[in-house]
Design a protein around this ligand. Structure first.
Ligand code: SIN
Length: 289
């Protein structure tokens, strides 16, 4: 077995879009050599999102692969729907209902642009999403390059966010559902969540990225609410431009790893009658600076 693994050659093929690359020649169900892991990390730093097609992974395989990048983080607190209780390292993202109970989170809705768990003090540095069942159409996941968003930010907006933080709302998930244990706070200046710099430095690449996290109920402390809203609207208009994004069209057996420190993502809605079952891990990160 060792000989086979040592012959694995990592090939990274960029998507040609604003970010993302396919990684070929790696079977993630096998332990990876240090060389293979180092090559994957290099490709990840360059391409921000990596896709590994044709994988057959158990949750243990998914967790073992994810641990190559750091300690696993707990899955986010579920919404107030009757999603499974309890917390785990593997979050099930699914619209499937079995015996009258959803087996996972986020349903079949659109999930708006966001960074995973940006509302906590130390958001996960990365997430890995593995597809078990996918609908024939819909449910594509978009990724957006926040290095590029900052590079291309008009000078006036850049000046407007210099030295400022944003408060990231913890109460609702990216599908708009209220999380367990939270109350609705419709006034963004009363938002409960973590404050993070609007421009963050990536701890590995040293590059700066725009860090918006999530739009709903976001607030820039120190600004009157109307000014905060206007500035955030302008930033989000800019950051959601299609030329910053690349879309993943899922096949069963795809594993996609993204860097939450410089990437946002969203998901298209899909037919609620179709089945979509994905397993996600998240890898602990540091306090953004
Ligand atoms: C997520 O936000 O992690 C879910 C993305 C997806 O379902 O494609």
């Amino acid at each position: 077995m060792t000989a086979v693994i040592e012959r694995q050659r990592v090939v990274a093929r960029p998507t040609g879009g604003a970010l993302g690359a396919d990684i070929e020649g790696v079977d993630l169900a096998q332990p990876l050599t240090q060389e293979t892991t180092a090559a994957i990390k290099d490709a990840w730093a360059q391409n921000l999102v990596l896709r590994f097609r044709g994988q057959r992974l158990s949750d243990d395989d998914l967790m073992r692969f994810s641990r190559q990048f750091g300690e696993l983080d707990w899955a986010p607190v579920a919404a107030t729907t009757d999603a499974p209780e309890g917390r785990d390292y593997v979050m099930v993202v699914s619209n499937v209902v079995e015996n009258g109970k959803p087996i996972g989170q986020l349903g079949a809705y659109e999930a708006v642009w966001h960074t995973d768990m940006s509302y906590v003090a130390e958001p996960p540095q990365a997430s890995a999403l593995y597809s078990l069942e996918v609908p024939e159409s819909g449910g594509d996941t978009g990724f957006s390059n926040m290095y590029l968003a900052l590079e291309r930010l008009p000078a006036e907006l850049r000046r407007g966010i210099e030295g400022r933080v944003c408060r990231h709302d913890a109460s609702r998930n990216s599908a708009g559902e209220l999380r367990r244990g939270y109350v609705d706070a419709p006034d963004p200046s009363q938002t409960v969540g973590a404050d993070h710099p609007l421009v963050r430095t990536h701890p590995v690449t040293g590059k700066k990225a725009l860090f918006l996290g999530r739009r709903r109920n976001a607030y820039i402390p120190g600004l009157p609410l109307a000014e905060s809203e206007a500035l955030l609207d302008a930033l989000w208009d800019h950051a959601s431009r299609p030329e910053l994004a690349w879309y993943q069209q899922w096949r069963p057996g795809d594993l996609v790893l993204w860097d939450n420190r410089c990437v946002m993502h969203r998901r298209d809605a899909f037919d609620p009658a179709a089945r979509r079952v994905m397993h996600r891990t998240q890898i602990k990160g540091d306090r953004p600076y």
